[in-house]
Design a protein around this ligand. Structure first.
Ligand code: FAD
Ligand code: UDP
Length: 393
């Protein structure tokens, strides 16, 4: 008899499997319909021996020391600060929009103070920031919104920014300084030997049995267990009883090129041209040295594997009905990006899973640190790795 059947071996399912097995001595059956662990964070070496992310670029960043320390038990890290360029008007410009973006776009030489004034002069006033359009036009005005956000968002979501919650484009800040990092979190690093290797270490415990290529419905009535933890799409679990909850999908086109470097930045966004949203070159992220290089193009799709919840009021309404069903169930716990319909990053999913673990195990969180910890003092960070954002040849 298993104590827990955990459906889905991504971050949510794997963190709970690890904690319940190692922390609470529970017997766990972890299953996934895919033929691998790691969920959407799965990475592997392709036919040419280049480490790639099967489901698109995954860059780890967090402000949570608890999450970082937790994962550091299972991996060393390669410091990595992510940088993105947007292809706009024939130039590759820093995104998030910053001082250099504006100066390069318009051929100007403004100071930070002058850029502040410029943005204030073009920003459109909004009494209330409700949508993803409001967020951007209220900060940078219509022209920059149209060049950098409108087309990308319509492509990515199949919706106009005015139809999406503010939180979607609010993920990308606006800056008047020259900081061109995509994230500013305290901890920014990639698992030194990859995500899958980290998952393997997490799940290496005699209390954890793993079953791949298996939909939980195939074994539900056959293998006895006390409680279930479910990390798949919540509408599927309830047989779409309140209708389909939209999840945005992507098609990934992976390519390997016989050159050491393919493009001038780790990720290039294409807000206005082409059917794809962005191209990622993995060697920048992983620091791998190789004579060839692998890239992935992302083509947004309405159908296919569920990757993104679609944050907008009508979907929240449907989700809340499913949530009421989920809350009323005993012995089944819903966690993760698909099961709680939240546009969560990896670290947020880890935090959510650790919170559920504490609830299940009846333990309290460890005392939070009183002062922020600098990266230099974290021994798990590998200090001599190539963290300068340039790919190794
Ligand atoms: P998942 O990883 O989706 O795991 C759920 C698992 O459940 C899947 O493996 C699925 O096969 C399995 N499953 C579903 N139904 C069943 C069933 N019926 N039976 C058995 N198994 C089932 N986050 C970041 O922090 N940084 C990034 O740079 C970043 N980039 C991203 C890029 C892309 C293109 C995408 C799509 C996501 C990105 N994310 C990023 C988000 C990150 O992928 C998620 O936060 C995280 O992987 C969610 O983990 P999860 O366990 O909730 O879900
Ligand atoms: N976005 C945009 N232009 C960009 C980058 C982002 O319009 O150059 C918008 C778009 O709606 C996108 C959202 O901001 O879906 C969040 O961007 P992020 O890079 O966080 O997306 P993710 O990596 O989660 O796909």
């Amino acid at each position: 008899m298993f104590d827990y059947l955990i459906v889905g071996a991504g971050f949510a399912g794997s963190v709970l499997a690890e904690r319940l097995a190692r922390g609470a001595d529970k017997k766990v059956l972890l299953i996934d319909v895919r033929n691998h662990i790691g969920g959407n964070a799965y990475d592997h070496y392709n036919a040419d021996g280049i480490l790639i992310h099967k489901y698109g670029p995954h860059i780890f960043h967090t402000n949570s020391r608890e999450v970082f320390d937790y994962l550091s038990q299972f991996t060393e890290w390669r410091p990595y600060q992510h940088r993105v360029r947007a292809s706009v008007d024939g130039q590759l410009l820093p995104i998030p929009i910053n001082l250099d973006t504006i100066n390069q776009l318009y051929g100007l030489n403004l100071t930070a103070f002058q850029v502040d004034e410029f943005l204030a002069s073009v920003a459109e006033h909004r009494d209330q920031i409700r949508t993803s359009e409001d967020v951007v036009v209220s900060k940078v005005g219509r022209e920059l919104y149209e060049k950098f956000f409108r087309g990308y968002t319509r492509k990515q979501w199949g919706l106009d920014p005015s139809e999406l919650d503010a939180a979607v484009t609010a993920r990308v800040p606006t800056r008047t300084n020259r900081d061109d990092r995509y994230f500013t979190d305290t901890y920014q690093a990639m698992p030194l030997l990859g995500y899958t290797h980290m998952f393997e270490r997490m799940l290496d415990h005699p209390n954890i049995k793993i079953m791949l290529n298996t939909d939980y419905r195939e074994i539900e009535g056959l293998i006895p267990y006390r409680e279930m933890i479910y990390t798949g799409p919540v509408d599927t679990f309830f047989d779409y009883s309140y209708g389909k909850l939209p999840y945005r999908s992507l098609e990934f086109k992976h390519e390997t090129h016989n050159v050491p470097v393919y493009q001038s930045a780790p990720v290039i966004n294409y807000p206005n041209d082409y059917a794809y949203t962005r191209i990622t070159e993995f060697k920048y992220l992983t620091g791998q040295e190789h004579a060839k290089t692998s890239v992935v193009y992302e083509f947004p799709r309405a159908e296919g594997d569920p990757y993104y919840p679609v944050p907008r009021p009508e979907n929240a309404e449907i989700y809340n009905k499913y949530k009421a069903l989920a809350d009323a169930m005993t012995g089944v716990h819903f966690v993760g990006r698909l099961a709680t319909y939240k546009y969560y990053n990896m670290d947020q999913v880890v935090a959510q899973a650790l919170t559920l673990y504490r609830k299940l195990a009846g333990t309290k969180p460890e005392k939070a640190p009183t002062a922020p910890v600098h990266k230099e003092t974290v021994p798990a960070l590998v200090s001599n790795a190539n963290g300068n954002g340039k790919p190794r040849k």
